[in-house]
Design a protein around this ligand. Sequence first.
Ligand code: DGT
Ligand code: CA
Ligand code: CA
Ligand code: ZN
Length: 577
Amino acid sequence: MERLARLTNIEVAAVLYEVADLLEIKGVRFKPHAYRRAAQAIETLPEDIADVAREGRLGEIPGVGKGIAGKVMEVVETGSLGYLESLREELPEGVQELTRIEGIGPKKALVLSRELGIRTIDDLEAAATAGRIRDLPGFGEKTEQNILAGIQMSRMAGKRHLLGYILPTARVIERRLSSLGSVGQVSLAGSIRRRKETIGDLDLLATSTRPEEVMEVFATLPGVSRVLARGTTKTSVVLETGLQVDLRVVEEKHYGAALQYFTGSKEHNIALRKLAIARNWRLNEYGLVDLADGRMIAGEDEAGVYRALGLSWIEPELREDRGEIEAARTGTLPDLVGYGSIRGDLHVHTRWSEGAHSIEEMAEAAQGLGYEYIAICDHAETLHIARGLSPERLADQVREIERLNREFDGEFTILAGTECNIDMDGRIDLPDSILADLDVVVASVHSGFKQPEREMTDRVIAAMQNDHVDIIGHPTGRILLSREPCQIDLATIFEAAAALGVLMEINAFPGRLDLSDVNCRLAQGFGVRFSLGSDAHNRGNLRYMEFGVATARRGWLAADDIANTRSLEDLRGFLRS
Ligand code: DGT
Ligand code: CA
Ligand code: CA
Ligand code: ZN
C-alpha cells in the first residue's frame, strides 16, 4: 500500500531508452546512442536520480549533456516527458502497444504494422497463429513462436503478482486485522500462505465476534480502490496496485477446516477430499463430517483435519498434490529448511558495481539480520551495463574486504567473491589467477539466452568444469512474468553439478526465484546441493532471502541440502577451492 513517491532510476532510464528506440525508428542517427548511454549511466547510478537532479548535479553523470539533463529534470519533476509523448504520437496506431510484448522492439512493431496492418495484441496473436508472421523480413518461424509465448506471458503478467512484492502488503493487512479487539484468529490463506512464486489474489481468513466491524475496517483500508463485494462472511476489495484481496470471516468451530480449505491448493484439496470420501466422510470448509451419523470429526483446528484422515500436518508450501499426501500418510515428509536456518547470504552486490551501498554497510546490515557471513559478488568487467570490476579493481576490493574483516575481528566474516559472466562459449570473464584468490565464485549467464538447448547446456557445463566456479547463479535466467527460462537440459546440468560439487543457486530476488520450486526438487534428486543468495542490490534487499527459502521449501529441500545453513567453517567444505 506504500506507493512509490518518486520515480526510480530504472524508471527514468526506461523513459530515455524509449526515446532512443523511437528516434531510431525515425531513422535519426547518433542521438539514439547518446540517449542509451545516458540511460545506462542513470540505471546503474548508486545514488537516487531525484536527489542528483534536485542538487543540480545531473551534469556530473557521464553521458548526460545539457540537452538530456533538461529532459531528465522534466521526468523527475513531472513524471513524464513531453518530447517522448510527441515522438509516440508520430508512430502509427498500435505500434506502441505491440512493443509491450517481449521480443518485439519498435523496429519489428513497425514492420508488423506496415506489412500486416496489425494494430492490437489480438491482431498479433491471430497473425502468428495463422503463420503469417514468419515470412516477414527479419522474422522467422522461431520469432513467430517467441511472439506467441510473449503474448501468453504478457496476459499472465497482467493478472498475477510477485510474491516478494505482495507478502509485505499481506502482512500489513494481517496485522491491522489482528489488532482489532473482536478478532480472534487471523491467517493468510491461498497461494500467499503456500508462498507460491506468483499470486493471483490475496486470501485472508479470520474469526471475530463482530464480523461487521472487521469487514468495515477491511473495506476502508488505506490503499483500497474498489469494493467488489461486501458481506459478513466474505468481502472482496481491489487495491490501487490492482491486487484483489478476499477476506473471509468464519466461526471458531469451523476455523481449522476453513483454513485448510482456503489454503488449497485446489489440487491438494481434491486429493484430500478423496481420502474423506473413501471413509464415507465429507470434507469441506465447515469441517470433516461422518456421513453415517452426521457427527463432526474435525473442524476447529487444521492439524485435526489432517490427523483424522491419518496424515501428519503438511506444511502449506508443500500442498500442491505433488506426493505430499502419500508422504504424510507414511511419515516420510521432508524436514524442510526453516526460515531462520540461513547463516549467511552468498550473493550480494555493492556500490563497487551495480549496488547502492558500501561493503561495510552491506556487512553491517547482514549482521543485523543475524547472519555470520556474506559473500560480496560484484560483477566482473564484461558486464558493462552493471559497471563490472576489472581484475585490478577486484584486487582492490579484496584488500578492502581483508581490512574490514580485521575490523570485524571474527565477529562476522565478509567473503570475497564475484558474480562473473559465462560467455557464449562457456568461458569465465576473469583469469584463473584472480579466481583462485576469491572465497566464492558465482558464475552466471547474462546474455545470449536464446541459444539452442544443446549449446546452452554445453556452455554451462564448460563453466562448471572450471575448478574455481563454486556456484551457478540464477541457472535458467528466467524473469517471472516477463522472460521465459532459457532452453537448457537441466537433467544433464544437475548430474554434472552433483559430480563436480558445484552448487546450484536459488536466487531469491522476487522476479527470479531461479531455480524454481519444481527444479529444486528435480536437482535434489540428482544429489545437487544448493546455495541461497538474495542478489541484493542494496541493504533492504537482503530481506529477499525469505523468498528463496520459501522456494527451497516448496522444492522439498532440507537444511542439509543448502550450503549456507552451515557455519562458516563447514561452508568452506562446500566451496571448491
Ligand atoms: P491464486 O490466487 O491464483 O494465486 O491461487 P489460490 O490457490 O490462492 O486460489 P484462489 O484464490 O482461487 O482460491 C483460494 C483457495 O480456495 C484455493 O487455494 C483452494 C480453495 N479453492 C478455490 N476454489 C476451489 C475449488 O473449486 N475446489 C476446491 N477444492 N478448493 C477450491
Ligand atoms: Ca488467492
Ligand atoms: Ca481468492
Ligand atoms: Zn547478481
